[in-house]
Write a protein that binds this ligand. Structure first.
Ligand code: GTR
Length: 419
C-alpha cells in the first residue's frame, strides 16, 4: 500500500516542521515514508490453513484473532460482576421540550451499597416503542453532554474534579442529543473515569482494583481501554432491561481513546449491532505498521495504562506484532462498521484508518458483504458506503454534527429491518 500526493506542498512543509516535538523526538508526517510493510494475514489461521467460509471464521480464525489481541494488546474483558444491579435515580418524562424521556440510572457493580457505580444518563425519543440507541462514554462528565440543568453532577465527578468549574453542556456539539432524538434514536452515555481514572496509576482506585476479586480478573490482566470497553457492555446489560429500547439495535460508538475502547468492547461483545470508530487512531482503527503520526512506542510511553504490559514489547518491533488493526476491525464482521477520520487529525493517521477499514473487507466478504472497494482513500467529505463505511471530513480531531449526520443516515439504512 503506497500513497503519495495526498497533501499540498505548504501543508507537507508545515507537517515536516511540526513533526519535531518538544522532546526532540520526531514523528513522521511524510506519506512517502510511512513505510513498506506486510500486514499479517487476516484469513490464514495459525496452522496455515486458508479460511474459506464463515464457519471457519467463526470457529477458528475469529477466536484466534480475539485471543491474540487479548494476549498481546488490550487484555481480557471479563463478564458482569455478581450482584450487579440497576437503580433509576431520576426520570424526566418531558425532557427536551417533551420530545424525549431522560433517565439517570446507577449501574451498581455488586450487591453491596458501597460497590462501585457507573452513572448513566439515557435519552429516549418520546412515543417510540422500541428505540435504537447509540451508546458511548464521554470525556468530561454527563452534565457536559447537554445543557439541561437537571442532569446530575455525580459524586464521582465532583470528587475527581475538585475546584473545577461545572460546565454544563460544553460538549453538546459532540453529542447532538436533539438531532438524535429528532431522528428517533436514543443516546446512552456515562463518564469514562467512573470506571478508571485516566492516568498511569488510575488502576489503583478504578474497577481493575476494586472489582479484581468480584470479576476474578487481576488488575494487570487488562488495560484501561479494555476497562472502558467493559463499561459499554455493562451499559448494554442495562439497556437489555429497558422496555422501550430495541436491544438488537444498540450502536457502540467512541471518539479517540474512547473509540479504541469501543472497538475492543464491541469485538468482545457481539450484542452491539453496529459499531462507530470516530478518529480512534493508533491502537484503534489505524494500522500500527504504518509509521505516520502516533506510534506504538509513543502511545505506550504517554499512556502506559491503556494497554497491557506485553504490548510494550512491540515498541521497537512493530513488524513482529502478530496482529494489525485491520484484524481488530474484522472482528466487527458481519456487523455494520463505520470508520471516520478528520482531515487535520494527522496524529491519528487518516490514511491508516482507511487502510485498516479496507483490509477488514475480506472478513465481510465471507458473509457475502462488500467491503470498501479500493485501497485508495476517498476525497475529503465524500463518504464511502459499503459493509464498512468510511469518511474523512474537513477539520480537526473531534466529533461534529457532520459526523453524526453520517452515522444517523448509516444507521437508518441498516436498521430498517429491525425497527
Ligand atoms: C491523544 C492520543 C491519541 C488519542 C487522543 C484522545 O493524546 O495520543 O491516541 O487517543 O489523545 O483520546 O483524544
Amino acid at each position: 500500500m503506497k500513497h503519495s500526493g495526498l497533501f499540498s506542498l505548504p501543508l507537507r512543509v508545515w507537517l515536516m516542521i511540526s513533526s519535531i516535538t518538544a522532546s526532540g523526538q520526531t514523528y513522521n508526517y511524510d506519506e512517502s515514508k510511512a513505510g513498506n510493510y506486510v500486514l499479517p494475514e487476516l484469513l490464514i489461521s495459525a496452522d496455515g490453513a486458508q479460511v474459506k467460509n464463515r464457519k471457519d471464521w467463526e470457529n477458528i480464525r475469529r477466536p484466534e484473532i480475539l485471543q491474540l489481541f487479548t494476549d498481546q494488546v488490550y487484555g481480557r474483558i471479563p463478564g458482569s460482576p455478581p450482584g450487579m444491579h440497576f437503580k433509576t435515580i431520576a426520570t424526566d418524562a418531558a425532557a427536551l421540550g417533551g420530545r424525549a424521556i431522560r433517565k439517570e440510572i446507577d449501574i451498581i457493580f455488586g450487591a453491596s451499597s458501597n460497590a462501585p457505580v457507573l452513572h448513566l444518563v439515557l435519552w429516549l425519543p418520546a412515543g417510540v416503542k422500541k428505540a435504537p440507541v447509540f451508546i458511548g462514554l464521554n470525556f468530561l462528565g454527563n452534565h457536559t453532554v447537554h445543557p439541561d440543568p437537571n442532569i446530575s453532577i455525580t459524586n464521582t465527578w465532583k470528587e475527581a474534579n475538585q475546584g473545577k468549574a461545572v460546565e454544563r453542556g460544553v460538549r453538546i456539539a459532540r453529542w447532538q442529543v436533539d438531532t438524535l432524538i429528532a431522528h428517533g434514536y436514543g443516546l446512552a452515555t456515562a463518564w469514562y473515569q467512573d470506571l478508571e481514572p485516566d492516568r498511569a496509576d488510575g488502576w489503583k482506585t478504578g474497577i481493575r482494583t476494586t472489582l479484581a476479586e468480584a470479576l476474578n480478573c487481576p488488575a494487570d490482566a487488562w488495560g484501561a481501554l479494555a476497562v472502558w470497553g467493559w463499561g459499554l457492555s455493562r451499559i448494554m446489560d442495562y439497556l437489555e432491561t429497558e422496555k422501550t429500547v430495541n436491544a438488537k439495535a444498540v450502536i457502540a460508538t467512541g471518539h479517540s481513546r474512547l473509540g479504541k475502547a469501543a472497538l475492543w468492547g464491541a469485538a468482545n461483545d457481539q450484542r452491539f449491532a453496529m459499531v462507530v470508530s470516530n478518529n480512534s487512531g493508533e491502537g484503534g482503527a489505524a494500522l500500527s505498521r504504518r509509521d505516520f503520526g502516533e506510534t506504538v512506542k509513543r502511545i505506550n510511553t504517554s499512556f502506559p495504562h491503556w494497554f497491557i504490559g506485553t504490548y510494550k514489547q512491540y515498541n521497537d518491533a512493530v513488524n513482529s506484532l502478530p496482529v494489525d488493526q485491520h484484524m481488530l476491525l474484522a472482528l466487527m464482521a458481519p456487523r455494520p462498521l463505520y470508520v471516520a477520520s478528520a482531515a487535520e487529525d494527522l496524529w491519528a493517521d487518516p490514511t491508516g484508518e482507511y487502510g485498516s477499514a479496507y483490509h477488514a473487507g475480506p472478513a465481510y466478504a465471507l458473509y457475502g458483504k462488500n467491503g470498501l472497494p479500493t485501497p485508495v482513500p476517498p476525497a475529503t467529505d465524500n463518504p464511502v458506503r459499503a459493509a464498512v463505511d468510511y469518511h474523512r471530513r474537513t477539520g480537526k480531531h473531534d466529533v461534529t454534527l457532520y459526523d453524526w449526520q453520517q452515522y444517523i443516515a448509516w444507521a437508518d439504512r441498516h436498521l430498517t429491518k429491525v425497527r
